[in-house]
Design a protein around this ligand. Sequence first.
Ligand SMILES: Nc1ncnc2c1ncn2[C@@H]1O[C@H](COP(=O)(O)OP(=O)(O)OP(=O)(O)O)[C@@H](O)[C@H]1O
Length: 703
Amino acid sequence: MYGALVYVVSTVCLDTAILCALSLGTAELLPLFGNHDVLGGLVCMWSVAITRWALICSLLLSNVDLKQRAVMKRWSAAHCFLGSVYESCRQVMFGGPLESGAAPLENPWQPWFLVLNTVAAAAACLFWEITFPDSNGESNGKEKKQKARVLFMRVLRFYRPDYLLLLGAFVFLSAAVLCEMFIPFYTGKVIDILGTQYHCYILVSKLFDCCRGVKVKLFGALVHQEIGFFELTKTGDLTSRLSTDTTLMARAVALNVNVLLRTLIKTLGMLSLMCSLSWKLTVLMLMETPATGLLQSIYDAYYQRLSREVQDSMARANDVAGEAVAGIRSVRSFSTEKSESLRYGNKLLDTHKLIVRRDTVRTLYLLLRRLTGMAMQVAMLYYGRRFIQSGQMTTGNLVSFILYQTDLGDNIRTLIYIFGDMLNSVGAAGKVFEYLDRKPQVSTDGILQPDTLRGHAQFHNLTFSYPTRPDRPVLQGFSLELKPGQMTALVGPSGGGKSTCVSLLERFYQPQEGEILLDGQPLQSYQHQYLHSKVAMVGQEPVLFSGSIRDNITYGLKNCPLEKVYDAAQKANAHGFISQLEHGYDTDVGERGGQLSGGQKQRIAIARALIREPQILILDEITSCLDTETEHMIQQALVSCPSQTLLVIAHKLKTVEKADQIVLIDNGTVLEKGTHQELMDRKGSYYRLREKIFTENSPQNSH
Ligand SMILES: Nc1ncnc2c1ncn2[C@@H]1O[C@H](COP(=O)(O)OP(=O)(O)OP(=O)(O)O)[C@@H](O)[C@H]1O
């Protein structure tokens, strides 16, 4: 800190010395640059600035501590070039004679030049360093902001395809803002028509377009994640990333940057116009800004927190209502209508209290803002009158000034609000990128797609625990072989690990130890789509998607002929009931298949698996919802594919006893395997556990 201070003081001294030295040759130097013409004046200013900067950097910078060198370099640049940048911009926007022109050369001791330059450079540097500190910042806050900057740059890169459109929108908005800025000057003239007739349609539509793009990309990234990810992440988290955070992220670029930039331009332009009307009144007015800014940022933080609480409270009330409506049968049968209404009413009351608090805060804030605004206007009128009396200002100038002042206050408040909102948006972008960048832990990068697959699966010494319970192994040293064309039945007490084997064969999870081979190749080396067209599963609770029956049977297949759909439905004994429906195969099954019975859903799910003609078919307790006739038909259908490997989990003895191999699983290990007869003869665990395992009373059970 001390070193930096010494550097700043030395720079100011050296700069003054350089200006003095240069001013000695003013008489000869200025005509060279054509001092009286604007371009010549600007060239002169820039040449002097470059000379000052080069001298300061080469003479002083090497003495500064390495850590502070970058910051000091930026400060020196701001110190030397700020005046030239200001004058150049002023020329581009307003023209006219050079204000400060070659002033530093003509009179280097002009105190206003030195003080203004040093203060402005320090303010610009402070703003930059606080907002975008160096990446080697040590404190947490600094790191956070650095991260915000990196994230913001990533968000910008994300919208690279839309740069041109966004830039165009920004240019037109800026032009419109510039026109609007002159309205107080030319009230009632044509230019105000221009100024008031611009709209943000392009930005608003772009905002939704960006938002859609991010949502689609994020959804794509999410559905590629492994199943464990969905077990570890709350659904609410995922939906809020998809709905709220993506919208916020899109807003960062499409709306906030644009509004921020155009408000900034407008504010700066207005400030310079106001300065030209009366710089003293402008300084007076700016004294109010820190107070307004502080009030606004306190209010924004508090108001946003209360708004979030209101939203959460509303969501809780909606949850209560939704729960009661969804469980209306239970509500009716336990006659809890009154208590449910009361519960909902209480939740609404909580929301109401929060809304009252939020609105009170808003009213107080508006009152305070109005009061400070009025106090400022009184001060402005008082001083304005004195300036008019002393001839420093005309009445017209004061009117124009007051017109600008009202607008400027709004702009400064917008700037503060948008800046805070932009940081929020960048935070939301961070969360979105976290999921976009996440690599699925069960890879889908396999490439193997052999023309023929025999369907020979081998589980080798597997050890596996679910991601949600990593300390509790579900399978331990588990080995199993599924031979092509054979039916294997997994049996065992509930919770033994049967469905877990199926999930591993479907590559829902990756075992921690051991491997699964398919036709001698590791399962993960097969191409994702190929593997799932060859290994099909019908689960315990099959899920259908809203859409027609036909869509559900052909789920994931492109251009599937209708004959194949009929054939699969016939094999699954579903054709009969589908044909009796009014719209046949075009009947809508409703959300999650809610308009069909359990058995009908099960049969459609079987047809969905059979239509793929898989080499390995997995049936996980499908017979629980099926009647005997359907079960029989499905058995027939399976017999008609003799080369297919069949893995069945069943609780019915009839289904199991036909299997070529029965595997008894308990506590994640294989206890016994063999045919039904072999296991019965062995009189081991299978024989002893059969009462527990099978839910069906069969004569064989009494062996
Ligand atoms: N997604 C999961 N996350 C954590 N633990 C799980 C998960 N699924 C199953 N488990 C646990 O793993 C063990 C084996 O479950 P699995 O579903 O494989 O048993 P199962 O033999 O198929 O039982 P059932 O016959 O009742 O379907 C059980 O203790 C179960 O609690």
